[in-house]
Ligand binder design. Structure first.
Ligand code: HEM
Ligand SMILES: *[C@@H]1O[C@H](CO)[C@@H](O)[C@H](O)[C@H]1NC(C)=O
Ligand SMILES: *[C@@H]1O[C@H](CO)[C@@H](O)[C@H](O)[C@H]1NC(C)=O
Length: 530
């Protein structure tokens, strides 16, 4: 369209109406181009009879304006669709993957285990998984499921992770957070990103590699660079992407990072394979490293599957690190804005960690911390919609709605901010889920089943980790990592919001980000409890 408009403009500048009253060629070109644009625009709406909340205007032949509106105003648009179409499915033109069917939260349970709705296929659309450099987003897809299998099988044995996570948190905080006993302001997102990268890498790659500076840089930067490269490619017309990506600097950067990751991880894996062969020749059992390098090797061997060790590790990086950092940042800001809860949290921490020893049941026993995290995730999840899926076969919903093969859909998360579900939804209440746990949400009324109050529970009321078959498998690990990190931070540091700073989380399209300018004042405590 841009090209079309500018061509038209320059042409008009030299156009002499007295000498050639009508250029038939111009009319023809305009006619053909606008017909093609209109057809391609309408083509996106084929197969769907659902109403559209952000249609094109009369004679508006591209979706540029509606896409820009989605980037700025997705939350209000979805809210208006929910009201206008009386809580029934409707369509929205989204800027990232195009036409998307929005389902109200009440549909979450119905679709949650539908085998014909794929999350990875959606990710593949969003992140061009078939291109070199983008492979980590393909991991977990179709037959390539060792990433998810490893998370489900190994990243759920949490008790034995407490000790390495705690050791790493102590060491990392000494390096990352200032040690002054005077107040110091920190760039909260950057500091927490470094912390989460260390903690996650400790479990994914073991003690040595988790302190490797090159790895720490790649594990953090790859995800950001992936977002940038994907966004860049979205502006390239579909059929050209397979070619153009070779020359895009953003895509070249991704390929370089994948290669660097391989240079770091492959020698370690090779060494372990040799060591294992030697030991096995001597009739001895292999050394257990108990990190994800080992787990991928075990699962892949047991399935006789080839895999790239750097790809599966970068897959873990993309799903695990920025997501967890976001919740850590948001939670710390919420706690700092409600300092009255800090003594209670510290009391809980000292109950579960005594004389530097974490109780086996510590993670389970940190019920207030669990409630605080769930409340912060309720108010600011990573998206205003959840359960994004692609229909891999036609699906008919119980209300008769037909979703054609290829339909992209998402479930609105707005119940998380609905006063009928959560009284005073705009007020952060660290005890909210703690009360729900005891079966008594408002102090009166019927008892609620306690399980729903846990951070790792998913339901239509709280879609912070998605829901169902493709609900986040990493949430158990994330919950543990966050509890250990927060325990170390709160036990060792006083925190407060810097004067003049106002928290400002951002919504862009369907994504919801912790304030990129987040600041926190921290001060080392002189009587550290941990
Ligand atoms: C606070 C941190 C995290 C948040 C808020 C989060 C959130 C989510 C959400 C909303 C989804 C989509 C679920 C759905 O559509 O039903 C998801 C999927 C996923 N998450 Fe997480 N996540 C977090 C941490 C992690 C971690 C630490 C890992 C890995 C160790 C992980 C691995 C995954 C994977 C593999 C999927 C795709 C599951 C599938 O396709 O079946 N996540 N996550
Ligand atoms: C999934 O798709 C298959 C093939 O089209 C169909 O037979 C099956 O009934 C569908 N299942 C559900 C739950 O929609
Ligand atoms: C969440 O809690 C509800 C209510 O107790 C329970 O029925 C459901 O199975 C739980 N779901 C998950 C995924 O833990």
């Amino acid at each position: 369209m841009d090209a079309f408009v500018s061509w038209n403009k320059t042409d008009a500048g030299t156009f002499d109406s007295t000498r050639s009253p009508v250029s038939w060629f111009t009319v023809l070109v305009i006619g053909v181009s606008s017909t093609m644009l209109a057809v391609s625009c309408l083509w996106q709406y084929r197969d769907s009879s659902l109403p559209l909340v952000n249609p094109n205007r009369w004679l508006e032949f591209t979706t540029q304006r509606v896409r820009a509106e989605w980037m700025k105003n997705a939350k209000a648009l979805i809210g208006s669709g929910i009201r206008k179409f009386s809580n029934k499915p409707f369509n929205i033109m989204a800027a990232d993957v195009g036409l998307t069917t929005i389902l109200p939260p009440e549909y979450a349970d119905e679709i949650r285990n539908n085998p014909n709705l794929s999350f990875v296929e959606f990710m593949a659309h969003l992140f061009f998984s078939n291109l070199p450099g983008f492979e980590p987003t393909r991991e977990g897809m179709f037959e390539n499921d060792i990433g998810i299998v490893v998370i489900q099988k190994y990243l759920t044995s949490l008790a034995k992770m407490i000790s390495p996570l705690s050791e790493e948190a102590r060491a990392a905080l000494l390096e990352i957070y200032p040690q002054d006993q005077e107040w110091q302001t920190i760039d909260l997102k950057a500091a927490n990103l470094a912390l989460v990268a260390r903690l996650s890498s400790r479990i994914f790659l073991g003690r040595e590699l988790c302190r490797n500076r090159d790895w720490l840089r790649i594990t953090v930067e790859y995800t950001v660079d992936l977002m940038i490269a994907a966004e860049r490619l979205r502006h390239v017309p579909g059929p050209l992407r397979r070619l153009v990506h070779w020359w895009l600097p953003e895509a070249q950067k991704l390929r370089a990072e994948v290669k660097q990751a391989g240079d770091i991880i492959r020698p370690v894996l090779e060494h372990r394979r040799k060591e294992k062969a030697t030991l096995s020749a001597q009739g001895q059992p292999p050394i257990e490293y108990d990190d994800a390098i080992d787990w991928f090797e075990q699962i892949a061997t047991s399935r006789a599957r080839k895999y790239d060790p750097e790809i599966v590790q970068l897959f873990l990086s993309t799903v695990a690190i920025h997501t967890t950092n976001d919740l850590l940042t948001v939670t710390l800001l919420d706690i700092a804005r409600h300092p009255e809860i800090i003594p209670m949290l510290r009391e809980e921490i000292s109950r579960v960690v005594q004389a530097d020893q974490w109780k086996k049941t510590a993670l389970h026993d940190m019920q207030l911390m669990d409630s605080v995290l769930k409340e912060s995730l309720r108010m600011k999840p990573i998206g205003i919609v959840s359960m994004r899926r692609v229909a891999t076969s036609p699906v008919t919903l119980s209300d008769g709605t037909r979703l054609a093969k290829g339909t992209k859909l998402a479930v609105s998360s707005h119940k998380m901010w609905d006063p009928d579900t959560y009284p005073s939804p705009d007020t952060w209440d660290g005890y909210r889920f703690m009360r729900l746990r005891s079966g008594n949400p408002q102090g009166t009324g019927p008892a609620v089943q306690s399980k729903e109050a846990m951070l790792v529970n998913t339901s239509e009321n709280h879609l912070g980790f998605g829901h169902g078959k493709h609900g986040c498998p990493g949430r158990f690990f994330s919950a543990s990592e966050l509890k250990v990190a927060l325990a170390h931070i709160l036990a060792n540091f006083d925190i407060r919001i810097p004067e003049g700073y106002t928290v400002n989380h951002r919504i862009t399209g369907a994504s919801y980000y912790a304030d990129p300018l987040a600041r926190l004042e921290v001060r080392r405590r002189d009587t550290p409890a941990l």
